[in-house]
Design a protein around this ligand. Structure first.
Ligand code: FES
Length: 125
């Protein structure tokens, strides 16, 4: 579906993995290019409907190219240059959050959590 345009520029290869499969791209190419060259039309699915989303604008506008890179999620693949040994993983479904039973109090300024489950208080300016 996608093919690389011909170029006479010498360029060293960079090898990264997409979902555990090695992909070689030219130095300077984006992670989104590597995703497409690996044959993946999408890098994530939406959390609600599961609709596939893939690189569209290739210039940082649409946010449809989000992938996990080196275990950090929601990175814009089109804006990140491929590096040697980079681990790219496509994101599917909803995000998994560990249930530690604790609430980060740093998220709430001068407030408290009532037994009703509602958050009371005001945010400091
Ligand atoms: S492809 Fe549109 S933001 Fe990356």
């Amino acid at each position: 579906m996608y093919r690389r345009l011909p170029s006479n520029l010498p360029s060293p290869a960079v090898t990264l993995s997409v979902d555990g499969v090695a992909v070689s791209v030219r130095a300077g190419e984006s992670v989104a290019a590597a995703l497409l060259l690996a044959g993946h039309s999408h890098g994530r699915t939406t959390p609600v409907t599961g609709a596939p989303r893939g690189p569209y604008c290739m210039m940082g506008v649409c946010f449809d190219c989000l992938v996990a890179i080196d275990r950090i999620g929601n990175r814009q693949a089109c804006m990140i240059e491929a590096r040697e040994a980079m681990r790219v993983e496509r994101q599917t479904g909803t995000r998994q959050i560990a249930d530690t039973g604790q609430i980060d109090s740093g998220q709430i300024d001068s407030g408290q959590i009532a037994d009703t489950g509602q958050i009371n208080g005001t945010r400091s300016p």
